[in-house]
Design a protein around this ligand. Structure first.
Ligand code: C2E
Ligand code: MG
Ligand code: MG
Length: 751
């Protein structure tokens, strides 16, 4: 290609007419100017390489600054060369040559410079393009060779001119050299032009395959380069090159059909970023989509702008954030956000010393709704409860759902003393109003515990633990009420924790014992059943009441092992008693929930040899409610074995007897609270109603906690004949049972 180009040029020389040859009188200067230009271009290209290869950005920056100088030098030398080509060449020829020279320069310098400025991708293509480098070296070598030959001829010409010999012959001598010089430049430029085109194509495709929208802005704010991705991203169709970058933003707004206030906000932000000349990212929501605009100012006052759609990532991130901080069901803040809030409020307190209150709120009987009406109904109820909670608080107060039916309210510090009692009363009353959900009328209640900060707690964990403890006490003391945290509560909690730890070893250490309390026929005084009641002889605390340790055992799951031990012992003990006396064993909800109670009962009966009809199992309503269908099946199977079932503490739960009538209870035990207040007309009425219902269900009614003869008389008058209580006997150890039996049945003896 090169050789052909030169050959063609040489053959053209013979066609030069005299005028043209005379026009080349200044060939010597042209040759020198060409030589200078080629050398400077060569140096510039070498410097491009140095910038690309620079080990760090600082070096790259300083190298590119000297490259800028070199390019300025190229520019001035180009102007000198073009002016020296002179007026003797025909206009078309002159333009053609100057264009070629320009193309040569522009390829060598501008493309490289562009690469450096904004596209490492293009720079890498350039740097790795072996053929470009090799070609460049060849050409420069040939041009240099031509140049030195030319200079030699020109020197000779000069000498001859000086000796006033024939100008014409001298001129003819130098023509080939200078023409060849220009010819070489032309060929080189032609080749570079082609090479430049392919490189530009590569460069463009590199830009267009970028996943981001890209544009290069010059120091006057005009767009120099815009890749096609940017146009696709915003649906722009016009050619933007040459437009201002602000105009591009305006067109984006139009193309995305953004409404006025939003559009104005975006344009203002965009312009601010352009003017700031600092590396920054602008995130803008344009219509339904979110974009990141990355502004990277360049040293020469220009700017590189990258645009990227981040809708998916941002919405996913927002969703994640919401999920991390909000409860999905009610939309209330969750535990994580509550802790943030508590920490922040504590921080505020430390700064301005204003106290605040934290309320733990728990719904009463919510589990019953969930169990009897299903979780969907439970969910709807929780949503409504959340709404009511929010409605009765001030906007500055905070309410979170911790899961289940637990809520926490943070009463914002107020200039006056916080009065949490009033707020608790309002919340409890509000939650207690009936709910109408999907045609169902639901009634639930709420209990609350209050803790004050910082008087009673200094960390988020401590405040919550205190409020929770107060709530626990509210629940224990009858529900539907609230309690303030006290130091005694903490002491009790500490004792609970200690007992819980000690209870783990109680069975192994043989610290548990069974006491028996008789249930007698109130009319004859004869014993029908002995109820087994567990006792714990704590090595240092003495006798611990089951009322205290059974709930601890239930919470920790230890009740399963304790219950098994009780069942085995009670059945074994009962085998020594007369055949008509049954043994009643209390069974916890957890023992039922484990699902193997039937097998365990069967096994214990088999091992002890106690007939199934002599075993009575006492359960509370919570056993029935937790999973009615499964429980019913277990009950039916137990009943089929011959085991009798008793409903304990009746009247303290929340379900109606008609609901319970689905279950095959043989016995219903009226809770001792009713017996205690039997002289109250309401309790009496309840007992009266229970008698009727028990009769219709064909179940035996037992009164618990009978302590006085008056209570006994009222009960017998009402038809309650089975009696349990201190009036007859307290629970007694096994070795006293034989005497009780003998007193009850003088003719009978224990085995
Ligand atoms: P419970 O099953 O309702 O047992 C009756 C409780 O009432 C017993 O309390 C008994 O001592 C008490 N009591 C009986 N007559 C009177 C009376 O006339 N006046 C008063 N004030 N109280 C009377 P205890 O033994 O303290 O047991 C408390 C509760 O602990 C039991 O209530 C039962 O729920 C639970 N419990 C006891 N032993 C076991 C057991 O082995 N397993 C399970 N799961 N729970 C048990
Ligand atoms: Mg009982
Ligand atoms: Mg009871």
């Amino acid at each position: 290609m090169m050789a052909l180009g030169l050959f063609a040029f040489v053959t053209r020389l013979s066609e030069l007419n005299r005028g043209q040859i005379e026009g080349l009188v200044e060939a010597y200067e042209v040759a020198l100017a060409s030589s200078n230009l080629v050398q400077t271009v060569e140096q510039a290209v070498a410097q491009v390489g140095a910038v690309i290869m620079a080990p760090d950005t600082t070096t790259a920056r300083s190298k590119s600054a000297s490259l800028e100088d070199k390019i300025a030098q190229v520019d001035s030398q180009r102007r000198i060369l073009l002016s020296k080509i002179g007026d003797h060449l025909p206009e078309a020829e002159k333009i053609k040559i100057s264009l070629m020279i320009d193309e040569f320069i522009s390829y060598q310098t501008d493309t490289a410079q562009l690469c450096l400025k904004f596209s490492p991708q293009a720079a890498i293509i350039q740097a790795n393009d072996k053929s470009t480098t090799v070609n460049r070296e060849h050409m420069l070598a040939e041009v240099k060779q031509l140049h030195s030959g030319m200079v030699r001829s020109a020197e000779e010409m000069r000498k001859e001119l000086a000796t006033s010999q024939s100008t014409r012959s001298t001129l003819l001598q130098i023509v080939p050299a200078s023409s060849l010089m220009i010819g070489a430049l032309m060929v080189a430029a032609l080749m570079r032009g082609r090479q430049a085109k392919t490189n530009k194509q590569r460069f463009d495709s590199a830009l267009d395959t970028m996943s981001q929208g890209f544009c290069l802005v010059d120091d006057t704010g005009r767009l120099l380069v815009v890749n096609s991705r940017l146009q696709v991203l915003f649906g722009l169709t016009e050619d933007l090159v040459g437009q201002s970058v602000q105009e591009m933003a305006r067109r984006i707004v139009i193309a995305r059909q953004i409404d006025d206030p939003e559009a104005l906000k975006f344009l203002m932000n965009f312009n601010l970023h352009v003017q700031n000349m600092k590396a920054a990212v602008l995130t803008a929501e344009l219509g339904q989509r979110i974009f990141d605009f990355r502004f990277d100012p360049l040293a020469d006052g220009g700017l590189v702008l990258l645009a990227e759609e981040v809708t998916y990532a941002r919405t996913a991130a927002r969703k994640m954030e919401r999920m991390a901080l909000f409860d999905a069901l009610t939309g209330l803040p969750n535990r994580a956000q509550l802790f943030r809030k508590l920490e922040a409020t504590l921080q505020t307190f430390r700064l301005d010393a204003r106290p605040f209150a934290v309320l733990c709120v728990d719904l009463d009987a919510f589990k019953d709704v969930n169990d009897t009406l299903g979780h969907l109904m439970g969910d709807k109820l929780l949503i409504e409860v959340s709404r009511r909670l929010k409605a009765c608080l001030r906007p500055e107060d905070f309410v979170a759902r911790l899961g289940g039916d637990e809520f926490v309210v943070v009463i914002a510090p107020s200039p006056t003393a916080v009065v949490p009692s009033a707020i608790c009363e309002r919340l409890i009353a509000e939650i207690g109003r009936p709910y109408d959900i999907e045609g169902q009328r639901l009634n639930i209640g709420a209990s609350a515990g209050v803790a004050l900060a910082p008087a009673q707690a200094r960390s988020a964990e401590e405040i919550l633990a205190n409020a929770d403890l107060a709530l626990y006490h509210a629940k224990e003391q009858g529900r539907g009420c609230y309690r303030h945290f006290t130091a005694e509560m903490q002491a009790k909690a500490e004792r609970r924790r200690r007992l819980g730890a000690d209870l783990r070893n109680a069975t192994a250490n043989r610290e548990l014992d069974l006491y028996y309390q008789p249930i007698v026929d109130g009319r004859t005084g004869q014993i029908e059943t002995f109820e087994a009641l567990v006792r714990w002889r704590h090595p240092t605390e003495g006798l611990v009441s089951p009322a205290e340790f059974i709930p601890i055992a239930e919470e920790s799951g230890m009740i399963v092992d304790i219950g098994q031990w009780v069942l085995e012992r009670a059945c074994h003990d009962a085998t020594t008693w007369p055949d008509q006396i049954r043994v009643a064993v209390n069974v916890s909800p957890l023992q039922f929930r484990r699902g193997d109670i039937l097998q365990r009962v069967k096994q214990v009966l088999a091992v002890s040899g106690l007939p199934a009809r002599r075993l009575e199992i006492e359960v509370t309503e919570s056993v029935v409610i937790q999973d009615p269908n499964v429980t019913l099946q277990i009950f039916e199977e137990l009943a089929a074995l011959g085991v009798r079932l008793a409903l304990d503490d009746f009247g303290t739960g929340y379900s109606s007897l008609s609901y319970l009538s689905r279950f095959p209870f043989h016995k219903i035990k009226i809770d001792r609270a009713f017996v205690k207040s039997i002289d109250d007309s309401k309790s009496l009425a309840v007992v009266g109603a229970m008698t009727q219902l028990a009769k219709s269900l064909d179940a035996k009614l037992v009164a618990e906690g009978v302590e006085t003869r008056e209570q006994l008389e009222v009960l017998i008058h009402r038809g309650v004949t089975s009696i349990q209580g201190f009036l007859y006997s307290q629970p007694r150890p096994l070795d006293e049972v034989a005497d009780m039996i003998e007193a009850s049945f003088p003719a009978q003896r224990c085995a």
